[in-house]
Write a protein that binds this ligand. Structure first.
Ligand code: GDG
Length: 735
C-alpha cells in the first residue's frame, strides 16, 4: 500500500486563537469530513493551509503548530495575508468559484489575483517536494490547486499524481471566458488521473481540452508527451455507517428529544448549507414563504429549521448574502408567525456532529436546492440518517448528487412553483412511499461509500500508472536507440520507409502549410545521399505536392498512400490499374457535407477524395464524420472502394491501395540488412504489420500500435534521424 500524500487548500484541522492562545478545531466542509475516514485504511500525510495568516503567529506559535499538526500527520503551509487575499479570497473564491458555478456576473478577472494564485500554488509545490518520497501517491484536491499537478510534474517527472475537482467543471462556453483557461488546463494535465463527481463535468472538461488545447481523447484518455492521462467519474460518497448508526447514540437521542420538545408535533423541514450564493438559500426561503401563503392550512403546522454555516466571511458577496438572508427570515417570521409559532428557525453557526445528526434524523423533509453544486453531501447524509425509512429529500437537479439520488423529489431550483409543489408533496407523501424511495437510495449509498470512492480513485491512479509504464517499456530507450544506430552503421543495404505528416513534420491548421523546413530537408537530403540507403517517403498527399516539396531529394516518393510511386530517377507510375468512376457519385456527397460544416473542405487526389475537418468545430465534425461514413458506404456498395478515417480527415479510395502493399514491394526488392519504418497514424499500421521481425518500426505518439517502439514527438524522431545521419559520417571516416 503506497503512502497517500493528500494536498488540499485546507487541512482537516484549523487553527484559531482566543485570549488563551492557539486553538485547534476540526474543519467543517465536504472535503474534510469525507477524507477524514481515510486515515483508518491508508498511511496518510496531509499538506494544507491551517487557516490563519502567518503574520498573526509568533515564531514560537508556528513551531508549536508544526509540532501539534505533525502529530496528526499534517504539514502546514503558512500563507501571508497578501497571499490569502490574492490566492484564496481572490482568484479561488472570486474567479474560479463563481465562474465554475455558472455565476458569471459575480466573476472577477484580475491579473494580480492570478499572479497570487500561481505564487501560492508554487508555495504548495515546495512543501510537497519536501514531503514526498519515491513510491508515494500524491492526491491533490480542488479548485484552489489546479496548477499544482503540472508544477510537481516538472520537478518529479515520474511521480504518481491524482487530482480531484470537488466543484462542477463548467461547460466550455463558460470556461472559455477565463483569460487563463489554457494555463489551468495544462496545470491539471500534469496529473495522471483527473477525477470529477459526474459524467457531465468530465464531458465539459474533455470538450475544453479539445477546443482550447486541440487535444483529442480516446475513451477518456489523453496523450500528453510520453504520458497517458485518464479523466473519469468518481461520485464522492459518505461515511454511511457513521450517519446511519448515529441515531442510536445517546447524545444524538438527547438532541432529538430537545428539538422535539421545542417544536412540538409540527412537521419539520431542514435546510442546511454553508452560507453561499450557489446553494440557493434565498430562492428556497422565498418558495417557503409562497408555500405558506398558498397553503394556509400549514400555518402553525410546519417549521423550517434553517442552518447557515458561516463561510468566507471576509468576501463582500457573502456579507451581502447574509444581510439579505436575515432580512428575509425576519420578514417571513413577521408576516406568517404567531405568538406560539416561528415559521423559520434560523441559526448562523456550525453545530457539532450530534446536533447535525439529530436534525437529519428528526426532519420530515430536507430542502436541498442549490442552484449549482459539485455533489452535495448533505443530501446523502440526510438519506443515510433515515434508519426508519421516513423522510423526504427534495433535491435540486443542479446538484451532482441528483445523478445518484433519482428517487428524491427532484426540482429545478430556479422554479419556485416546482419547489412549492415539492414541499407539499413531501409533507403529504405516504409513509410506505417514503420508505420505498429511501431504501433504494440507501442501498446505493451504503455500497459506494467515501472509502470505496477513495479506493476506486487510488486504484484507477495505479492502473493508469501501469498503462504508462507498459507504454514506456515500448518507448525507444537509450539502449534500443544505441542498438539501432549500431545496426544502421554496420548495415550495407538499408531501407528507410518514412511517413511524412506527423512523423517528419508536425501538424498545422492548414495542411498546405505543412511544407518541409530547412532542418528536415537537410536531414532527408543527407540520409538519401548515403549510398547504402534507400529512402522512401510514403505519404497520403498528392504527387504534385510531394514533387514540389521533396522532388530535389534523392529519395523515392509514394503519393496517395501507395496509389502513385516515383522511384529515384524514374517517373510517377501507378502501382496497379485503378479506377475512378466512383468519384462522380462520392464527390457531391462530400461537398454537401462540407457546405453544411463550417471549416470543412474537400480535397481531390488522382485516386482518392478527402474530407478535411481540422478547422471545423470538433463536436459537430464528430457527428458529421459518422453520418458521412454511413452515407458513403450506403452509396458505394460493390464499387470496390473503402473509407478510412485519419487524423482529422476521412478519405475515400480504392480498396487494396495502402502503405502495406508499398512496404511489401520495397521489402521484396533487396535483401535488406537494416530496415527502419516510422509513422504516426492508422495508415502506417498496415506498413508496420508487414515488416520483418528485426525491422525497427517506430510509432510517433504513445498510443497502441503494431510498431515495436514508440517515440513521443516529431522532434524526438528528427533527433534520431540526426544521429543516423551522423553515424554515417563517423563510419565512413573510419572506412
Ligand atoms: C464541496 C462542494 C461537494 C456542514 N455543516 C456542518 C457540518 N457540515 C458538513 C456536512 C457535509 C459537509 O460539511 C458539507 O458538504 P457539501 O457537499 O454540502 O458542501 P461543500 O462544503 O460546499 O463542499 C460540494 C463537496 O465539496 C465534496 O466533494 O459535495 O459540492 O461544493 O459533510 O456534514 N458538519 C458539522 N457541523 C456543521 O454545522 N459537524
Amino acid at each position: 500500500m503506497p503512502r497517500l500524500v493528500i494536498v488540499s487548500n485546507r487541512l482537516p484541522m484549523r487553527i484559531t486563537r482566543d485570549s488563551q492562545g492557539i486553538l485547534f478545531k476540526k474543519s467543517v466542509g465536504g472535503l474534510a469530513t469525507g477524507l477524514a475516514s481515510l486515515t483508518s485504511s491508508y498511511e496518510v500525510c496531509w499538506i494544507g493551509w491551517p487557516g490563519t495568516a502567518v503574520e498573526r503567529l509568533t515564531s514560537k506559535e508556528k513551531e508549536q503548530i508544526g509540532e501539534k499538526l505533525a502529530g496528526e500527520n499534517c504539514k502546514p503551509v503558512f500563507l501571508s495575508k497578501k497571499q490569502i487575499k490574492g490566492y484564496y479570497q481572490g482568484f479561488s473564491n472570486k474567479t474560479i468559484w463563481p465562474l465554475f458555478h455558472y455565476f458569471q456576473l459575480y466573476t472577477v478577472y484580475e491579473e494580480c489575483y492570478w499572479r497570487a494564485y500561481r505564487e501560492a500554488n508554487r508555495v504548495f509545490c515546495e512543501h510537497v517536494l519536501e514531503m514526498v518520497t519515491p513510491g508515494d501517491c500524491i492526491w491533490i484536491h480542488d479548485y484552489q490547486l489546479m496548477l499544482l499537478p503540472e508544477m510537481i510534474r516538472e520537478r518529479l517527472p515520474d511521480a504518481q499524481i491524482g487530482f480531484f475537482l470537488h466543484i462542477p467543471f463548467p461547460s466550455f462556453e463558460l470556461f472559455r471566458l477565463l483569460p487563463w483557461r489554457a494555463e489551468l488546463l495544462r496545470g491539471l494535465l500534469g496529473a495522471d488521473l483527473i477525477g470529477f463527481h459526474t459524467y457531465d463535468y468530465v464531458r465539459h472538461f474533455l470538450s475544453s481540452t479539445n477546443r482550447i488545447l486541440g487535444m483529442e481523447h480516446s475513451m477518456g484518455k489523453l496523450e500528453i508527451g510520453n504520458r497517458v492521462v485518464k479523466v473519469d467519474v468518481f461520485p464522492m460518497g459518505i461515511d454511511y455507517d457513521r450517519y446511519s448508526g448515529a441515531g442510536k447514540e445517546p447524545l444524538v437521542k438527547k438532541n432529538v428529544n430537545a428539538i422535539r420538545k421545542k417544536v412540538g408535533e409540527r412537521q419539520i423541514i431542514i435546510s442546511i448549507d454553508r452560507l453561499d450564493y450557489t446553494k440557493g438559500i434565498i430562492e428556497r426561503l422565498e418558495a417557503f414563504d409562497l408555500f405558506l401563503s398558498q397553503n394556509p392550512k400549514y400555518k402553525g403546522k410546519v417549521t423550517l429549521i434553517l442552518l447557515a454555516i458561516p463561510s468566507r466571511m471576509g468576501v463582500g458577496d457573502y456579507i451581502e448574502l447574509r444581510k439579505r438572508l436575515e432580512g428575509l427570515v425576519g420578514r417571513i417570521n413577521g408576516e406568517h408567525g404567531t405568538i406560539g409559532w416561528v415559521p423559520v428557525w434560523y441559526l448562523f453557526r456550525a453545530v457539532p456532529f450530534e446536533r447535525l445528526s439529530a436534525l437529519y434524523s428528526i426532519a420530515d423533509a430536507a430542502l436541498v436546492t442549490p442552484l449549482r453544486d459539485g455533489m452535495n453531501l448533505i443530501a446523502k447524509e440526510f438519506v443515510a440518517s433515515k434508519t426508519d425509512g421516513r423522510g423526504v429529500l427534495i433535491l435540486s437537479e443542479m446538484a451532482g448528487a441528483a445523478s445518484e439520488l433519482g428517487e428524491a423529489v427532484i426540482v429545478n431550483a430556479h422554479n419556485k412553483t416546482a419547489i412549492i409543489a415539492a414541499i407539499k408533496e413531501a409533507l403529504e407523501m405516504p409513509v410506505e412511499e417514503q420508505i420505498e424511495r429511501n431504501k433504494l437510495m440507501q442501498t446505493r449509498l451504503s455500497r459506494y461509500t467515501v472509502a470505496r470512492w477513495a479506493d476506486d480513485f487510488i486504484k484507477a491512479l495505479s492502473d493508469i500508472k501501469k498503462t504508462q509504464q507498459e507504454l514506456s517499456v515500448r518507448k525507444l530507450s537509450t539502449e534500443n536507440r544505441n542498438n539501432l544506430t549500431q545496426e544502421y552503421s554496420v548495415g550495407r543495404k538499408r531501407l528507410l520507409l518514412l511517413d511524412y505528416d506527423g512523423t517528419l513534420v508536425g501538424f498545422v491548421g492548414r495542411p498546405e502549410k505543412a511544407e518541409p523546413d530547412k532542418e528536415v530537408l537537410g536531414l532527408l537530403g543527407e540520409l538519401a545521399s548515403q549510398e547504402r540507403n534507400e529512402v522512401v517517403i510514403i505519404s497520403g498527399r498528392d504527387k504534385k505536392t510531394l514533387d514540389d516539396w521533396l522532388g530535389d531529394i534523392k529519395a523515392s516518393l509514394v503519393a496517395e498512400h501507395g496509389a502513385w510511386i516515383k522511384q529515384v530517377g524514374c517517373d510517377w507510375q501507378v502501382i496497379e490499374p485503378l479506377h475512378n468512376e466512383w468519384k462522380q457519385t462520392v464527390r457531391p456527397v462530400l461537398e454537401m457535407f462540407a457546405d453544411r460544416t463550417a471549416g470543412a473542405s474537400v480535397e481531390e487526389k488522382d485516386f482518392s477524395l478527402v474530407w478535411h475537418y481540422r478547422r471545423a468545430d470538433p463536436e459537430l465534425a464528430y457527428v458529421r464524420v459518422q453520418e458521412l461514413r454511413d452515407a458513403i458506404l450506403n452509396l458505394t456498395e460493390n464499387m470496390g472502394i473503402s473509407v478510412y478515417e485519419g487524423s482529422k480527415i476521412l478519405e475515400v479510395k480504392n480498396i487494396g491501395v495502402g502503405k502495406g502493399k508499398v512496404a511489401e514491394l520495397w521489402l521484396g526488392k533487396e535483401k535488406w540488412d537494416f530496415v527502419l519504418s516510422a509513422g504516426d497514424d492508422y495508415t502506417d499500421e498496415d506498413m508496420f504489420a508487414v515488416l520483418p521481425e528485426r525491422a525497427y518500426s517506430i510509432k510517433i505518439g504513445y498510443s497502441i500500435s503494431k510498431a515495436r517502439f514508440n517515440l513521443g514527438s516529431v522532434q524526438e524522431f528528427r533527433s534520431l534521424l540526426e544521429n543516423l545521419a551522423g553515424a554515417r559520417s563517423n563510419k565512413e571516416k573510419v572506412c
